[in-house]
Design a protein around this ligand. Structure first.
Ligand SMILES: [Zn+2]
Length: 463
């Protein structure tokens, strides 16, 4: 096996580190979600950095893709914004079920029973929340999460049923943006949602036309101006507001010649941009590059639960909470694991100064076991010899028969530096080893007692 030759460079005892982040460390960052209604990704690239410098600031300083997807079944305003806020698809078992595209403060998102959203989780954890809507229909969230229709707060201190501390609709975007900035400086909203409608209005009125001088492109420049005002405010008030994370995406694109965007199987309607900007976000990075588990769909339209999910606007709610260090929305499904990456994996040496950096052969951090065992990139292999996976609270390690130089012995650490034995009843509850046709399957039931634990498997070298 060619791969084993790499083990010659390792010490006689090879170590293998599994890291389990059982609780993500709590962040202290505000998040501003901006939805630019009817924004086509190619409108930004058609205009370019000279004409829309603030969109390009998001691209240069943040991570993004021009090939994200809307919901599978819907490309309309209220259903798709509801997907953003709740991190659920529109239809299906886990869908929120709000299919109408009209409404207002009397509209409820609780079509299939109470439907929690990002405002619930943030507010229940004591963070302040605000909505600035450019269309009255988005006041559905104010009405759905008020002191009557919001759920009781059962998380720690009771912050009440009203999940939105502030909600305003203003059809005049310049005033809405000014109101947003004034309000932000006064109240320092932890989680805010700003809806800018200009491209949608231009598209419906004058076509989603990308030729120079079109009113649609002019509306993108108008939005770029608002982004510039917001960046100026943020730059000038770092002491007051910190540097927030900004997530910018849209509910749908729009199709030339139709003056609409309601057909969900048209690429021009379902292809949308997704930008993330802020502390720790990898500058200029492609979100698909940072997230190998998400697959760039090309021009296709993958179903919501198909394997190799594309980046979707539906992820907004759970990503916003992830960036705030908060758990996912109960009952949601998009980015439910909150493992979406906006930066590189942690640098191996900074995380584990006591360990030999050569063990991380492909420099991708602690991504997998086989890095450590073989010094090779198992992502490039069809059949890794050693495969770890979490199955609920069980850690399952499968060793193939042809791995002859391995005598598994597992140790545990809270910091990745000081290691001790793994004791049944203390650090794991139950251990089960089973022979399978392919090899050995080792299952450990791991109690979630520590905020973070590391397990390593000591390998006896056969060479
Ligand atoms: Zn529209």
């Amino acid at each position: 096996m060619g791969r084993y030759k790499n083990s010659d460079t390792l010490r006689g005892v090879k170590i293998l580190v599994i890291f389990l982040f059982l609780v993500v460390s709590r962040g202290d960052c505000r998040v501003l979600v901006i939805s630019v209604d009817g924004l086509r990704p190619d409108a930004v690239t058609t205009l370019g950095p000279e004409l829309v410098p603030n969109f390009y600031r998001l691209r240069k300083e943040g991570a993004f893709t021009d090939n994200a997807r809307t919901d599978y079944d819907y490309t309309t305003t209220l259903p798709n914004h509801t997907s953003m806020v709740t991190s659920r698809p529109v239809l299906g078992e886990d869908g929120h079920g709000l299919t109408v595209n009209s409404g207002g403060i009397t509209t409820r998102v609780h079509v299939k029973g109470y439907t929690a959203g990002m405002f619930d989780v943030a507010h229940d954890h004591g963070y302040s929340t605000a909505l600035f809507a450019g269309k009255a229909k988005l006041l559905a969230y104010q009405g759905s999460y008020d002191e009557v229709n919001g759920a009781p707060d059962e998380t720690g201190v009771d912050h009440g049923r009203n999940k939105l501390d502030h909600a305003v609709y203003n059809g005049a975007s310049p005033t809405l943006v000014t109101d947003f900035m004034t309000s932000m400086l006064e109240k320092r909203w932890d989680l805010s949602f700003l809806h800018l409608k200009a491209p949608d209005v231009a598209g419906h009125g004058f076509d989603w036309n990308l030729t120079p001088g079109s009113l649609y492109l002019a509306s993108i420049q108008e939005v770029d101006g608002y982004l510039g005002q917001i960046f100026d405010m943020l730059d000038a008030h770092v002491e007051l507001l910190g540097v927030p994370h900004v997530i910018l995406t849209t509910d749908h694109g729009g199709t030339r010649g139709t003056r609409t965007h309601t057909t969900p199987d048209l690429p021009t309607n379902y292809t949308i941009p997704f930008y993330v900007w802020g502390p720790g976000v990898k500058e200029g990075a492609d979100l698909y590059f940072l997230n190998p588990g998400f697959v760039d769909p090309g021009v296709s339209r993958p179903e919501f639960h198909s394997p190799g999910s594309p980046v979707r606007s539906t992820m907004v709610g759970n990503l916003a909470l992830q960036l705030m260090g908060l758990p996912a929305i109960p009952g949601s499904s998009a980015n439910l694991s909150q493992q979406f990456r906006v930066n590189d994996p942690p640098d191996f040496q900074s995380l584990y100064p006591g360990l030999n950096p050569d063990l991380d052969a492909n420099r991708n951090g602690l991504k997998n076991f086989t890095d450590y065992l073989l010094g090779a990139d198992p992502l490039g292999e069809d059949r890794p010899d050693l495969l770890p996976e979490m199955d609920g609270k069980f850690l399952v390690v499968s060793l193939r028969h042809n791995v002859t130089d391995v005598a598994p012995h597992v140790e545990i650490s809270a910091d990745g530096r000081i290691w001790g034995p793994l004791l049944e009843g203390v650090t794991f509850l139950r251990r089960e080893a089973r022979e399978t046709p392919e090899g050995v399957r080792l299952t450990l039931e791991v109690p979630a007692l520590l905020p973070r634990i590391f397990l390593r498997q000591v390998m006896k070298s056969g060479r």
